[in-house]
Design a protein around this ligand. Structure first.
Ligand SMILES: NC(=O)c1ccc[n+]([C@@H]2O[C@H](COP(=O)([O-])OP(=O)(O)OC[C@H]3O[C@@H](n4cnc5c(N)ncnc54)[C@H](O)[C@@H]3O)[C@@H](O)[C@H]2O)c1
Length: 414
């Protein structure tokens, strides 16, 4: 059975590799030619557990091939991005371009599966009509379904197999056919439903988390004003058997939580006021944290600052909507001299050498709690700095050995 995965980024590449390892012939397609070439020649290190070995093996045994254009297949899986535009409205251009690119290769009996996260009614009202303009009848000739992805970056290969899946077919026939396919590699429950419900389920999952984090963030700000420890409050409140507050943080980043709630807000603003408020709270966090940082910076003349961690979360290389990066940009815009170091993020601006980033600096601001930062020798770090102060936005101070004479503060507690 031949599978064509369209869009081989954070989600599509592990999906393509996994399916190749399960005995399918997989074509991974991406419009980014340079990226495809680097993948083909193993010139990219992907920050995702076990992916580099699996990619190399699948390319070597030819179970996976990569290209910039689709070709005929039995199953097409769409994993193209679905970002927001500058007005926080869904930008479906990549999705539609991806669907259009497979049209010349569609045959009767094919499945088209949308794994990208999409706004409400997109499968039935946007994608289905595009496919039907080719003369196919969805449900009879082509089996179309939305199967939202809910993996955790870093654990994607494991979760692709072990997470419960939701399959929202355009018709019952579509759901059943697509379910038969997922049953070949998913070891957990597979639930079939309608495409409309599957779309809403995915959006609700991330909106739920976003609202919960906004509650924790708002609570943290109140605790700061009150002068009490927000960590104590959350951990003791979570001792209640039916309370589960998520962690407060310097903000909410990535490609999912800061994006998906807007897909509901955009369609139903009147009935999404809580979602919109949560988004506003979480969006405001980097500014709030930056203002706390500034209170320290103002104590020194021309402070020199090293920032560690710019990805959107710990042990990740992903900088999309990164609150850490937003904080860095706020500080730079205000004219502060900021050196950045992140061992996981590739890119000219983020790869200052670790010691160079803090040499003679007055502040080390840790914004992301990568494991590497916890294992660091802070005696040595402090010795390279000039009257050092460490500011922690990642809640790792308790896990590290800070020399007694070094001033340090947890930015969430003050
Ligand atoms: N990253 C996650 O953790 C995650 C989790 C669940 C769901 N999702 C959803 O999965 C989808 C993909 O997300 P991602 O993180 O993998 O994005 P990504 O940006 O990492 O990868 C998408 C890839 O698609 C390529 N692309 C764009 N247009 C194309 C086209 N027309 N044809 C072929 N390739 C094309 C891009 O070049 C890119 O490499 C999004 O809808 C996202 O919301 C992501």
């Amino acid at each position: 059975m031949k599978i064509c995965v369209v869009g081989i980024g954070f989600i599509g590449l592990p999906t393509a590799c996994l399916l190749a390892s399960k005995g399918f012939h997989v074509l991974g397609v991406d419009i980014n030619e340079d990226y495809v070439n680097k993948l083909k020649t193993n010139r990219l290190k992907i920050e995702e557990k076990n992916i580099n070995d699996l990619l190399e093996k699948s390319l070597n045994d030819k179970s996976l091939t990569l290209d910039t254009k689709p070709s005929r297949a039995d199953i097409f899986i769409i994993c193209t991005p679905t970002p927001l535009d500058e007005n926080k409205k869904p930008d479906l251009s990549y999705l539609i371009e991806g669907i259009n690119s497979i049209l010349p290769y569609l045959n009767k009996g094919n499945m088209v599966i949308i794994e990208s996260t999409i706004p409400l009614k997109t499968t039935q009202e946007i994608i289905r009509p595009i496919i039907e303009t080719m003369g196919f009848q969805v449900g009879k000739d082509i089996y179309l379904a939305h199967c939202p992805e809910r993996v955790l970056p870093g654990e994607i290969l494991y979760e692709l197999v072990h997470n419960n899946r939701i399959i929202g077919g355009c018709t019952e026939n579509c759901s059943n056919k697509v379910k038969n396919f997922y049953e070949k590699f998913v070891k957990s429950e597979i639930h079939t439903t309608t495409a409309d419900i599957a779309e809403m389920v995915k959006l609700v999952e991330n909106s739920y988390r976003d609202v919960n984090i906004a509650l924790a963030n708002e609570l943290m700000i109140t605790c700061n004003k009150l002068g009490i420890d927000p960590y104590d409050v959350v951990s003791l409140a979570n001792k209640h058997p039916r309370v589960n507050l998520l962690d407060f943080s310097i903000g909410v980043g990535g490609h999912c939580l800061p994006v998906d709630p807007y897909f509901i807000i955009d369609s139903f603003p009147e009935t999404s006021k809580l979602l919109a408020t949560a988004r506003n709270i979480n969006n405001s966090m980097p500014k709030y944290i930056a203002s706390k940082i500034e209170r320290f910076l103002n104590q020194k003349n021309n402070p020199k600052i090293g920032v560690w961690g710019v990805s959107y979360k710990k042990n990740s290389s992903d900088i999309r909507n990164s609150p850490a990066l937003e904080i860095v940009n706020i500080l730079k815009d205000k004219g502060y001299c900021v050196n950045i170091y992140d061992p996981l993020v590739n890119g000219i601006n983020y790869d200052k050498i670790k010691y160079e980033s803090i040499m003679d600096s007055n502040f080390l601001i840790i914004l992301v709690g990568h494991d590497e930062f916890i294992e660091e020798d802070y005696e040595e770090i402090a010795s390279l700095m000039d009257s050092p102060i460490i500011l922690d936005g990642a809640n790792i101070l308790e896990k590290i050995n800070i020399p007694k004479n070094v001033e340090h503060y947890n930015l969430m507690k003050i």
